[in-house]
Design a protein around this ligand. Structure first.
Ligand SMILES: [Mg+2]
Length: 394
């Protein structure tokens, strides 16, 4: 395969049955069993199903009631989002060890632009294999990979041979690859449009690619050309790397340099309180805390530590910060301090955690909200696709 002919190399990575796989990994007695995550209580919905459960027709976003009817002996588990986030962080760390150009779509799915990594890893296949091995080493879990010259085809490719799929579609083979696929694999074809497309005699991507312009216009209106392009494997959207971690912090520059640890600790408590309040107002939980210390001569030091579970609790964050400050102070006795700051990063979403936490709070929330949260945040495939189309429309 000539790699010089690839204008860009885009990889789509998608963990296999992510939440259910995490559960089966953490509790080996669940391996080989139909595991359904979510679906606790009659008003709930399924947020993930193991491949064993999928054999019973169970899929994410299905009402729990239906899932229980289909598979009464299945193992139904409450989601442990804290754990999934932890594993997700490992997955994304592995991705970023391959390329900095990582665009996350959900906890377990991302696009990677690996154009610049291919040489380093010794080829396109080798780069994908490296990612797969690193994800597995870090988590014990399988990722499915699709590699293509663009996002649209890469995403279709990663889905084709799940689980543990690995599909490469070179630029010269786009039509050969796409043409036989059924039109239902085209993201963005709504449930209403799909039957119309099929009734019009367009069963495959190839049919759509070769269809008369008038027919496409009748079916898709002003989106006709867009759909023809997608069916032809044309997609120019670039991978949009995730922004740096947001951070929330508070700091203070003193009118007079401070030279006593107890004074510094008092200031630190006030800063921690201010910062924690901001975190709570944004419904964020932090995993990492940083203390910034600037000496009178403007030398600036930072000390960080991570903790689990993530928190926005003033007392906890203050204590973590105080440990860091004391540790630094031991190495710099008698320092004169001009500025002290405390900051947090690596956030989890507190609202999200509440939504899925066990207990009455969840039952009180409208089912729709739960469904939206699961789909929007954790990626029912259909809605992830919808989201992507929205983006490409912009
Ligand atoms: Mg997945």
């Amino acid at each position: 395969m000539s790699e010089a002919t690839w204008p860009r190399v885009i990889l789509h990575a998608d963990m296999d049955a992510f939440f259910a796989s995490v559960e089966q990994h953490d509790d080996p007695s669940l391996r080989g069993k139909p595991v359904i995550v979510g679906g606790i209580g009659n008003r709930g919905v399924v947020s993930a199903a193991s491949y064993e459960a999928r054999r019973y027709g169970i899929h994410s976003a299905m009402p729990s009631r239906e899932a229980r009817q289909r598979c009464p002996h299945g193992v139904f588990l409450k989601p442990r989002f804290e754990r999934y986030r932890e594993v997700s962080n490992l997955v994304f760390d592995a991705m970023r060890s391959i390329t900095p150009l990582v665009e996350g779509l959900s906890l377990d799915e991302a696009f990677l632009d690996i154009t610049g990594s291919v040489k380093l890893f010794g080829g396109i296949r080798a780069t994908g294999e490296a990612l797969r091995a690193r994800v597995h080493d870090a988590t014990g879990l399988n990722v499915s990979i699709g590699i293509a010259p663009n996002k649209f085809v890469a995403k279709i490719a990663s889905d084709l041979e799940k689980p543990a799929g690995f599909v490469i579609v070179p630029p010269g083979e786009l039509n050969a690859f796409l043409d036989p696929l059924p039109v239902k694999r085209l993201w963005g074809l709504g449930e209403k449009t799909l039957p119309r497309v099929v009734r019009a005699g367009l069963a495959t991507f190839g049919d759509l690619r070769r269809a008369r312009p008038e027919l496409l216009r009748a079916l898709f209106g002003n989106q006709a050309e867009r759909f023809r392009q997608l069916a032809s494997g044309i997609d120019t959207r670039a991978v949009q790397p995730d922004r740096e971690d947001k951070s929330v912090s508070a700091e203070e520059t003193f009118p007079v340099d401070l030279a006593r640890l107890d004074e510094l600790e008092k200031v630190l408590l006030a800063l921690a309180d201010k910062m924690s309040a901001r975190l709570r107002s944004k419904s964020l939980l932090a995993r990492t805390l940083t203390v910034k210390i600037r000496e009178a001569d403007f030398t600036t030091h930072t000390r960080s530590r991570s903790f689990s579970p993530p928190s926005n609790d003033t007392t906890l964050l203050y204590r973590e910060g105080r440990e860091l400050l004391r540790g630094w102070w031991q190495g710099h006795p008698g320092a004169r301090i001009r500025l002290l700051g405390i900051g947090t990063s690596q956030f989890a979403d507190a609202v999200q955690n509440d939504l899925f936490s066990a207990g009455g709070a969840q039952a009180a929330r409208p089912v729709d909200q739960l469904v939206d949260a699961i789909r929007g945040r954790f990626g029912s495939t259909a809605l992830t696709r919808g989201k992507l189309l929205e983006r490409q429309g912009k």
